[in-house]
Design a binder for this molecule. Structure first.
Ligand code: FMN
Length: 389
């Protein structure tokens, strides 16, 4: 339960149309960027549930400046979506500067988030994602170049990072200071090391440490990791003093988590706990939004399949029907399957348990000698032209 009111989260944006040149999030909640998930369809679905800021899927800076059609589609906002928040993956200060300049000059984004948290071996092996903050000069150059490109347009830049490579190589305090120095609007921390992938529980105590560390700079910290209910969001703010929360896997198949967060942050006791009939209408709406996003019923329904088990988690649905949801290929077929469901109450305990990625920890794949000299500026040759991942 909320013991004192939470301050709204303010994001200064002066590139047009925002009251007092800022976006005020009364409920300080941000949808985490999730590749393959947080496209404009999913963001719209979450937006319809409540307040917040909804970040795009990650796109790479290089793919943007090369104008890959798929990347251009990924940054197209949903209908009426504002502010338009784009997450960039970058390993080269020049490329990220150009990408942001392009986004700014063509008025394609109101907020830029930089991804320094990706733990995937194919990325860290080449020095990208969560491996990058260890090379502190390069990290600082990338963030400075980003802020420099966005600032003339009044567009805020934020960073999202992990605690470090592994417990022997934490990077978050130093990287957060460098980001604050460069002028970011906030620092979001996923409270795990890259070596943990998604294993175990996020250690929220590091969020509290970062809050304390950045306090003299005035740069807010957003906490991230293992928020499965509105109450978890409130608890993270209360336990760590963070200015807001970033929510990822908790809303997979549960976009109403945003409604739950709004009521929890307002100190209300009502919970968002839809019945299966209510869930089924959200599933259908998700499908329709995906058809608009992909401009293809076939692609949309294929994409929706991965969400089905998440939507149905904890509900009692016969195995054959469950399997058919995983193979659905048209809207009409989906409607037919949804009509076979029987209404039932929300299975709170199971539905609010962890879902989505839970990969075990493992040593982080790094380029040879990566840990020898944090001051070295490496020439990263990662193929960063492919979005998502
Ligand atoms: C399917 C999936 C895709 C993700 N893609 C991205 C991404 O593109 N950029 C990023 O910064 N984090 C990405 N993440 C990490 C999340 O943004 C978030 O930091 C992480 O899931 C921990 O938060 P949670 O416990 O609320 O899920 C991804 C996570 C998942 C599960």
């Amino acid at each position: 339960m909320l013991t004192k009111p939470v301050s709204p989260l303010r994001l200064p944006i002066s590139n047009g149309g925002f009251a007092n040149n800022e976006v005020v999030l009364d409920t300080p909640v941000v949808l985490a960027p999730m590749a393959g998930i947080t496209n404009s369809a999913f963001r719209t679905l979450c937006r319809e549930q409540g307040a917040g800021l909804f970040v795009s899927e990650m796109v790479t800076a290089r793919a943007l400046i090369e104008r890959h059609p798929e990347t251009m589609r990924l940054i197209t906002p949903g209908e009426g979506e504002t502010p338009r928040s784009v997450q960039l993956y970058a390993v080269d200060p020049k490329v990220v500067g150009l990408a942001i300049k392009m986004l700014m000059e063509e008025n394609l984004a109101d907020h830029i988030d930089l991804n320094f948290g990706c733990p995937v071996p194919k990325v860290t092996r080449r020095g990208g994602g969560s491996a990058l903050p260890y090379k502190r000069k390069l990290f600082s150059e990338i963030v400075h170049a980003s802020v420099k490109a966005a600032a003339p347009f009044g567009v805020p830049v934020t960073v999202k990072m992990r605690v470090g490579i592994d417990p022997e190589h934490p990077t978050y305090l130093e990287a957060a200071s460098a980001a604050a120095d460069a002028g970011v609007a906030w620092v979001a921390l996923h409270a795990r090391y890259a070596s943990q992938m998604y294993e175990g529980k996020a250690d929220w105590s590091v969020i509290a440490k970062l809050v304390e560390h950045l306090a003299p700079t005035g740069v807010p910290v957003l906490g991230n990791g293992d928020i499965w209910s509105g109450a978890d969001g409130v608890r993270m703010v209360e336990e760590t003093g963070c200015a807001g929360v970033v929510v990822g896997r908790g809303c997979l198949g549960r976009p109403w988590l945003f409604a739950d967060l709004v009521s929890a942050f307002n100190g209300e006791s009502n919970r968002a706990q839809p019945t299966l009939f209510e869930v089924r209408e959200i599933m259908f709406r998700h499908a329709e939004l995906l058809v608009t996003f992909f401009e293809s019923e076939d692609r949309a329904l294929r994409d929706l399949r991965k969400h089905m088990a998440w939507y149905l988690k904890g509900f009692s649905v016969v195995r054959e029907l469950r399997a058919q949801f995983g193979m659905v290929s048209t809207l009409a077929e989906l409607r037919g399957l949804l009509d076979q469901l029987e209404d039932q109450p929300y299975p709170t305990a199971v539905a609010e348990s962890p879902r989505g990625r839970n990969s075990h920890g493992k040593p982080v794949s790094l380029p040879a000698n990566w840990l020898d000299d944090p001051d070295e500026i490496p020439a990263i040759t990662i193929d960063d032209s492919v979005s998502g991942g």
